[in-house]
Design a protein around this ligand. Structure first.
Ligand code: NAP
Length: 337
């Protein structure tokens, strides 16, 4: 008899999470009721947003309680279905839980049947062709209104969202500069992903000066994945009427009680900047076009899907902790089996 292995929250993390903050339990495989389906999870999408649900405080989702199963997006395959829209074998995506088997239904947030191509590795639908790539696309188009010839700077540029955002910006004819936390990551940006320049922000003694060197005419769009000190350094480097795409603020996710102050906000007035935050699920109308473009670029070899895959559900906490320690390159994915 198969069992359902589930990863639960054992302790609220103090700073960077560690595997001991999590535990694995085993329960019976659930049975779907009317309108529900039993899904075997294939991949967990490791998302920085999960860190915000571990501190016992609600944000735009409720906090995960101690002993609760970790919530996160998953890609799975239907085993049995009492839902008229899903058949056994269908690939499904949704905001689900870290477990082998799940019951999904119309109540599942972001529930979606995926149209997967046999020519594309399934894991890419978690990253570059999934929510990370879609987030990059929506941010640049709906929020940033990117145009050819503009200068775009991207933080956490070697990460899941950043690596796709930089490539899309290049494909849209922009000049792209990436910020990343090591020389190895910076080399991947300019070598494999076609960024025009890259800065190891940890090594730069004056980040503002390094950005000014890389962008002598100023920055039209800053795709901000990190907030904090990097956002502060970017504000004076923006051009008049520049746009800052506020995608995430990971530099403070391990430190939410005392977020980093931002000192240069006056630049928003002086340069007439637009700072706009967004959440992917508020831009559903853009997703069909985004998917078509991302697929086309990937099929043509113009979009590299960087990913790091960890195997085995028991290693999900370790995979997540490495993401939150800034150690990963590309999309961090957990392959369940
Ligand atoms: P990721 O970039 O693959 O991984 C995180 C990277 O963030 C790290 O590798 C690290 O790269 C950087 N980082 C900077 N400060 C850090 C810190 N204090 N601790 C850990 N890492 C730090 O993650 P992702 O999934 O692509 O997410 C990137 C951002 O997009 C996050 O802020 C996330 O919340 C956001 N996001 C937003 C949406 C939305 O709908 N708005 C959707 C998905 C993701 P360096 O070595 O370069 O510092």
């Amino acid at each position: 008899m198969p069992v359902n292995r589930r990863i639960i929250l054992r302790a609220h993390p103090d700073g960077v999470p560690k595997p001991a903050d999590f535990a694995m339990i085993e329960e019976a495989v659930p049975v779907p009721g009317p309108g529900e389906m039993l899904v075997r999870n294939r991949y967990f999408s490791m998302e920085p947003a999960i860190r915000g649900w571990l501190d016992g405080k609600d944000n735009y989702f409720t906090a995960i309680p101690l002993g609760g199963v970790i919530r996160g997006p998953t890609l799975g395959q239907v085993i049995t279905s009492n839902h008229p829209g899903f058949q056994p074998g269908d690939h499904v995506w949704g905001l689900n839980q870290w477990e082998d088997f799940s019951i999904l239904s119309d109540q599942t947030i972001l529930l979606e049947k995926l149209d997967v191509s046999p020519d594309i590795p399934l894991s890419h639908y978690v990253g570059a062709l999934g929510p990370s790539g879609l987030t990059a696309y929506v941010g640049l188009h709906d929020v940033g209104r990117i145009s050819e010839g503009e200068t775009v700077v991207i933080s956490a540029a070697a990460g899941a969202v950043g690596s796709v955002a930089g490539q899309i910006a290049r494909l849209r004819g922009a000049r792209v500069v990436g910020l990343a936390g090591s020389d190895e990551k910076a080399a991947i940006l300019t070598g494999r992903l076609g960024f025009h320049a890259a800065i190891n922000y940890r090594k730069a003694s004056d980040l503002g000066a390094a950005i000014a060197d890389a962008c002598p005419a100023g920055v039209d769009i800053y795709f901000d994945n990190v907030g904090g000190r990097t956002l502060d350094a970017m504000l004076p480097r923006m051009r008049d009427f520049g746009r800052i795409i506020c995608c995430g603020m990971i530099s403070d996710y391990n430190n939410q009680a005392t977020p980093t102050p931002v000192h240069n906000l006056w630049q928003v007035v002086a340069k007439q900047l637009t700072l706009r935050g967004f959440l992917l699920f508020s831009h559903m109308e853009t997703l069909p076009q985004a998917r078509r473009d991302l697929h086309q670029w990937a099929a043509a070899g113009e979009l590299v899907a960087l990913e790091n895959i960890t195997h085995g559900i028991a290693n999900a906490p370790d995979s997540f902790c490495r993401l939150m320690a800034g150690e990963t390159v590309g999309k961090t994915v957990l392959e369940v089996d």
